[in-house]
Design a protein around this ligand. Structure first.
Ligand code: SAH
Ligand code: SF4
Length: 374
């Protein structure tokens, strides 16, 4: 008996323009087929070669044999009264990730919060994703697949209004620990044949994987957000264990090198999750302001989003306002992220801790992300 071996079909969804061109060249086709097929996939949301009518019948048949356009399967889609939408997506091995689309400015801006990993290995003490441990990296098709699903959900896909105007890599996982999938996906976000987003409207958030910040600087100049949460190493070691490897000074040096490679108007976003009595006192604000002196940056204050057995509490609203005021007095504007999407259990930032237990009734909110958008 002979066993037939079948070569897996190439999923075209996650291929960058260059990879797509190489793919078509390997089929004996011209490079320009790449742009044609990318437009079908990313502009039209098409996953069926038969509908790609500007390709010859023979090429369409060939593509059906060797390729596919396979996005994540939507297992849940919710829309909140305030316009926030959330998708729970099933990826290759049956794991789940969440993607949240947050509208702002009367619908002019729609920011998609994208996940990069199932779980996370970095174990920040206040993060429910970290508490789940690391399961696996998403593929580039699964990362860009989140943008694809969110874009496809709009009937008016071809309107001049883009379904997704901004992307923040602030969902589940540490994007710089999955560099090889995240960078191609971000290239597709920026590509004219992909989602044509400006680099200022694509933000990568990291807890500070220093060598990868340098590597990213050589390849892409998307907006960078740093999850700082503490302005001294002692406290940051506790909150973000990665700090023991790359301390604050090392991290901010890498940020300066990153900014040096961007145009002069570029700013860093500093994320600061406020935890009651942990990092929300006046001396913390002073320390933060001093640390950021001379660094082109803006601070986003995120009140801690509670989850069971976290050991942390959200500060009272007054305390958040006080902290903001102290920073303002020291010359830093620091917007507080607002509560959004309550009725669909949407959350971004500590996004998917809840996927496994969607019935939890604890406090829910979503930060309204307005990072570095033009
Ligand atoms: N791993 C990346 C991106 C995902 S986390 C990073 O750490 O930057 C996105 C943001 O949500 C980070 O700033 C993270 O520190 C913050 N976050 C995590 N858990 C949170 C919680 N329980 N409440 C508020 N913000 C949280
Ligand atoms: Fe990972 Fe970011 Fe959560 Fe830290 S905050 S555990 S880096 S997802």
């Amino acid at each position: 008996m002979t066993l037939e071996t079948t070569t897996p079909r190439t999923n075209l969804l996650g291929l960058t323009r260059e990879e797509m061109e190489n793919f078509f060249v390997s089929l004996g086709e011209k490079k320009f087929r790449a742009a044609q097929v990318m437009k079908w996939i990313h502009h039209e949301g098409c996953d069926d070669f038969e509908s790609m009518t500007n390709l010859s019948k023979a090429l369409r048949t060939r593509l059906e044999e060797v390729a596919e356009v396979r996005g994540p399967r939507v297992v849940y889609e919710g829309a909140s009264k305030d316009g926030t939408r959330k998708w729970v997506l099933e990826v290759e091995d049956g794991s789940h990730v969440e993607t949240v689309l947050i509208p702002a400015e009367g619908g002019k801006r729609r920011t998609l919060c994208v996940s990069s990993q199932v779980g996370c290995s970095l174990d920040c003490s206040f993060c429910s994703t970290g508490k789940q441990g690391f399961q696996r990296n998403l593929t580039s098709a699964e990362v860009i697949g989140q943008v694809w699903v969110a874009s496809n959900s709009f009937d008016a896909r071809r309107d001049t209004n883009r379904p997704v105007t901004n992307v923040v890599m602030m969902g589940m996982g540490e994007p710089l620990m999955n560099y090889n999938a995240v960078v191609p996906a971000m290239k597709l976000m920026l590509d004219d044949n992909g989602y044509s987003l400006s680099k200022r409207r694509v933000t990568l958030s990291t807890s500070g994987v220093v060598p990868m910040i340098d590597k990213l600087a050589d390849e892409l100049d998307v907006s960078l957000a740093i999850s700082l949460h503490a302005a001294n190493d002692e406290l940051r070691n506790e909150l973000v264990p990665l700090n023991r490897k790359y301390n604050i000074a090392t991290l901010l040096d890498a940020c300066r090198r990153y900014l040096d490679k961007c145009d002069a108007t570029r700013m860093l976003t500093i994320e600061y999750t406020l935890m009651k009595d942990v990092n929300d006192q006046q001396h913390h604000a002073q320390e933060l302001a001093t640390l950021l002196e001379g660094l082109p940056s803006k601070i986003n204050l995120i009140p801690f989003n509670p989850f069971p057995h976290s050991g942390y509490e959200k500060p009272a609203r007054n305390q958040v306002m006080r902290f903001q005021h102290w920073l303002e007095e020291l010359g830093h504007t620091a917007p507080v992220r607002m509560t959004r999407g309550d009725d669909i259990d949407a959350a971004c930032g500590q996004l998917v801790g809840r996927v496994k237990d969607r019935t939890r009734r604890h406090e829910r909110y979503i930060q309204s992300i307005q990072i570095d958008a033009d």
